[in-house]
Design a protein around this ligand. Structure first.
Ligand SMILES: Cc1ncc(COP(=O)(O)O)c(C=O)c1O
Length: 343
């Protein structure tokens, strides 16, 4: 490793947008942050971040969490009791990638329904899966939406339509907006437009926005009070968390416009890959998936690593994610390495 933490020779890390490291200006914001004990409600930077996000998304209240996983889980716990059921897309992070925490820790049953190819949930399928009030059944309590889904951006119309079906039957709606700002950048809408498609929204600061940690959960005051209690139960109430909140505030002030550049670079990478024989290429917002023939997986990964480019090791589709630590030069290196492999 060198001093910035790069594996030796790594010029372009495309495994995830969580690879971003705070730049000098963000580190300066961290080092000068006003802090206090946030468990006592006395950290001014955390309080400022929560107020700022609540205002941006037009939600009554907000709670700062160390991670998106915990923020999502605290939200599910705030909406649901043991034995309640969440309806969720079968490719969504809460269902696939959060170690079934909602079931393990909250006693919530997850009813995973097939997401459409674009990641959206069909309103008719949501309606079909809302259970009657019958003692044989789990109580349908919450619909979990996600946007972006694997980089794909779901339209406001589709988000609203799925949410409305849930609301009509008395369910609450939670949005896992880990990449909320990527979504609104592509949609060209206001933060409030997407936020109003759900009662509660979880937004990550630690992905494309470049903060080292932190997510914010937003929603009605009563639900956020319960979520704050849940955060304590889950061990996520932090003390001088203002050092992290300051990074989040810096990211909100400075880094949102740069997401469009990540999307443009992902599109450029997609165009370059389509000209090579790499198999199917899918690109949305800052993510790309391509499906090389199985025999290429390992040698391609090694070839790319030798050129200083790290790509995902998933199979059959390999994921690549553009983010603020990938420069045009890094992207050029990655494209050149793909070309030399496939030449
Ligand atoms: C869509 C989505 N939701 C939630 C999370 C969880 O965030 P964290 O890694 O901060 O727990 C991730 C993380 O990659 C994600 O991609």
């Amino acid at each position: 490793m060198n001093s910035t933490g790069d594996a030796l020779g790594c010029v372009c890390d495309l495994r995830s947008d969580t690879m971003t490291r705070p730049d000098d200006a963000m580190r300066a914001a961290i080092s000068t942050a006003n802090v206090g004990d946030d468990v006592y409600g006395e950290d001014p930077s955390v309080t400022a971040l929560e107020a700022r996000m609540a205002q941006m998304l037009d939600k009554e209240a907000a709670v700062f969490f160390p991670t998106g996983t915990q923020s999502n889980l605290a939200a599910v716990m705030a909406h649901c009791g043991r034995g309640d059921e969440v309806i969720i897309g079968d490719s969504y992070h809460i269902y696939c990638d959060e170690a079934a925490g909602a079931s393990v820790l909250a006693g919530v049953s997850m009813n995973a329904i097939a997401a459409d190819l674009d990641g959206a949930l069909s309103p008719a399928l949501v309606a079909d899966n809302i259970k009657d009030d019958d003692p044989h059944y789990a109580r349908s309590r919450l619909l979990c939406l996600e946007n972006t889904v694997g980089g794909q951006v779901i339209s406001l119309t589709k988000m609203q339509a799925a949410a409305q079906v849930a609301w009509n039957s008395g369910l609450a709606v939670h949005l896992d907006g880990a990449r909320f700002f990527n979504a609104i950048t592509v949609l060209g809408c206001r933060a409030t437009d997407l936020a109003k498609c759900a009662d509660t929204v979880s937004v990550c600061l630690s992905k494309g926005l470049g903060a080292p940690a932190g997510s914010v959960l937003l929603g009605p005051q009563a639900v956020m009070s319960q979520a704050r209690r849940n955060r304590k139960i889950l061990g996520g109430a932090m003390r001088q968390a203002g050092v992290l909140a300051a990074a989040g505030l810096y990211a909100l002030d400075n880094n949102i416009p740069d997401l469009a550049q990540d999307h443009a670079r992902a599109a450029r990478m997609g165009d370059a890959l389509r000209k090579l024989n790499v198999g199917e290429v899918k690109q949305g917002s800052n993510m790309l998936f391509f499906t090389p023939a199985p025999e290429h997986h390992q040698p391609l990964g090694i070839h790319m690593a030798n050129a200083g480019v790290r790509i995902g090791g998933q199979s059959p589709a390999i994921r690549m994610v553009l983010h603020r630590d990938v420069t045009d030069e890094g992207l050029d290196t990655a494209i050149a390495a793909f070309r030399s492999y496939y030449s």
